[in-house]
Design a protein around this ligand. Structure first.
Ligand code: G4P
Length: 527
């Protein structure tokens, strides 16, 4: 194996998908503990954006140092390198979450054992399904009362349309939680409470048919054996191919808070989850083991210090090797730039990495030239695909409180739009500025950031727009004709793309019928 093949094979890049409160923050800490990135769980601050009112969230977002360090975490585990990507929990940020999921190769689905499959889990699973992302599942909070595990598996299968293959099976729950039984290895991992904040080795009992097992289970023994027969008869076996195709999920049980079962999940990522996968570009498929460097930007985030307005572009390395001080081609603008100081996200400062390989995430300082979806290479002109913008569903007209600040407003909105915080549209027929969002909280966040970071106060007014469609046509003549006829509804978005702002659903379908040569796209990709 060549060096690059070794480095790529070592990497696992995944995100956690879950409904708020299922335990994502807790398990993230435990994973970092396993990776020796922290010594005691409880030392990583979470932003917990999903559990707070808007105002709290904005105050927290202003201390953006916290979220930036936790949005990508890299740590070693066994002889592998794990990249864990955080996804914003609040549903108003689903676009950002979608794009983050384009940068991973697999995902961990957390389910609260007391609650089962919740709405946000369903939404995120639907996103994963678009790319057939392999999913490993963890049923959490076994130290509490949980629902019948068989019923939970049924629910996963039915509601999420994915086969569930239990790898471990819980022995009791709440005060009776004794541990989990590894179905294939005939091994009991014994749960001992009180070790949630440290790294411990599981105590193992080999063989369910043993005195030790009988002593541990006591009165529960016969019922447990019976239940297992049922489970083994009725449940799916783990099948690596189906897992890789996103059609089957291995399921583990445990408690993140008690740091039990977490290592089983991490082992499963190392043993089963895919190493960095090839990515499609417009031109060709790019393999992570190719020698020449390439990567794409999936997220842009304001930096720790809002006064400097420096933003970080998060790039997934797709092939080759990143080295400090290297030159990269910024494909969209066709320029070669020297990257002096990209950020790597090794969770412990003691060992900062100066190189990155396929599957790793690096952070580039962005002074306004980088947009979501941009490709960087060692010189080849390829553009990665699959990082879309979605047509917003909510629209507001922006009004300035101080009309003299219009330049600052435009700059602020342009930059926030590049970051993906909102979408901005400039109508052709007047000087309005229209904001589009997928979730209503985005408008509040934008207003607050405009005030804090750009010293611009604005108000919103309702506007009669139902949806936006990006316009394209191979027929240049028709496009010109359409542009002149439909001026009243046309706008240019923050990226300079022509957009049709439809006042109603009926208007949109009539317009689409009337102009068959024109494509009205509900998503847009950067090229
Ligand atoms: P999230 O990021 O998915 O929103 O969830 P988070 O980890 O913040 O967990 C939500 C709540 O569930 C927290 O309690 C957390 O302590 C608890 N929790 C997580 N895993 C387990 C588990 O395995 N067992 C039990 N019993 N609880 C668990 P909280 O009281 O809301 O917050 P905190 O004050 O404890 O931080």
């Amino acid at each position: 194996m060549s060096n690059i093949e070794k480095e790529v094979a070592k990497r696992r890049t995944f995100a956690i998908i879950s409904h708020p409160d299922a335990g994502k923050t807790t398990i993230t800490e435990r994973l970092l503990l396993m990776g020796k990135a922290i010594e005691v769980a409880g030392t990583v601050k979470s932003r917990k954006s999903d559990r707070h009112a808007t105002s709290d969230w904005m105050a927290m977002e202003q201390q953006r140092g916290i979220s930036i360090t936790t949005s990508v975490m890299q740590f070693p585990y066994r002889d592998h390198m794990i990249n864990l990507l955080d996804t914003p929990g609040h549903e108003d940020f689903s676009e950002d979450t979608y794009r983050t999921l384009t940068a991973v190769d697999s995902a961990l689905m957390m389910i609260d054992g007391g609650k089962g499959v919740e709405p946000r889990t369903i939404a995120l699973m639907n996103v994963c399904r678009l790319r057939d992302t392999p999913i490993i599942s963890f049923v959490n909070k076994l130290d509490r009362d949980i629902r019948d595990p068989i019923e939970l598996l049924d629910e996963i299968e039915e509601v999420l349309s994915i086969k569930a293959a239990p790898i471990t099976w819980p022995i009791g729950c709440y005060r009776e939680f004794k541990g989990v039984y590894h179905l294939a290895n005939d091994r009991i991992h014994v749960y001992t409470p009180g070790h949630g904040h440290e790294r411990t080795e599981d105590k193992i009992i080999q063989g369910l048919d043993s005195d030790e097992a009988r002593a541990l289970l006591g009165d529960m023994y016969d019922n447990f054996v019976e239940e297992l027969e049922l489970v083994q008869g009725a449940c799916h076996d783990f099948d690596p191919e189906e897992f890789m195709a996103g059609k089957l999920t291995p399921v583990f049980f445990g408690t993140a808070l008690g740091n039990f079962g977490v290592s089983h999940v991490l082992d499963a990522f190392v043993d089963w989850a895919p190493a960095p996968l090839p990515r499609m570009s417009q031109e060709r498929e790019v393999k992570p083991t190719e020698e020449t460097f390439s990567g794409f930007v999936f997220k842009i985030q304001a930096n720790m210090d809002p006064r400097h307005r420096d933003r970080i572009a998060f790039m997934r390395v797709c092939s080759g090797k990143y080295e400090q001080g290297m030159k990269m081609r910024h494909v969209r603008i066709g320029k070669d730039i020297k990257i002096a100081d990209a950020l790597t996200f090794f969770s412990s400062d003691r060992e900062r990495l100066e190189e990155a390989w396929g599957g790793d995430i690096i952070g580039l300082h962005n002074h306004g030239t980088i947009q979501i979806g941009d490709t960087f290479t060692a010189g080849e002109n390829v553009s990665f695909t699959g990082i879309p913008h979605f047509a917003p569903e909510l629209f507001r007209r922006v009004r300035l409180k101080d009309p003299l600040k219009s330049k600052q407003l435009r700059q602020g909105l342009q930059e926030l739009a590049e970051e993906g915080a909102t979408q901005v549209f400039f109508p052709e027929r007047n000087n309005d500025i229209i904001l589009g969002a997928v979730g209503v909280l985005q408008f509040d966040v934008v207003a607050s950031r405009l005030k804090e970071e750009y010293k611009v106060e604005c108000m919103y007014e309702p506007i009669n727009v139902w949806s936006a469609r990006w316009i394209e046509s191979t027929d240049k003549k028709k496009l010109a004709e359409f542009s002149s006829k439909a001026t009243d509804n046309l706008a240019v978005d923050g990226g300079g793309h022509l957009t049709y702002l439809a006042p109603t659903r009926v208007n949109l379908s009539l317009t689409e019928e009337r102009w068959p040569e024109i494509r009205f796209n509900a998503t847009r990709e950067h090229h």
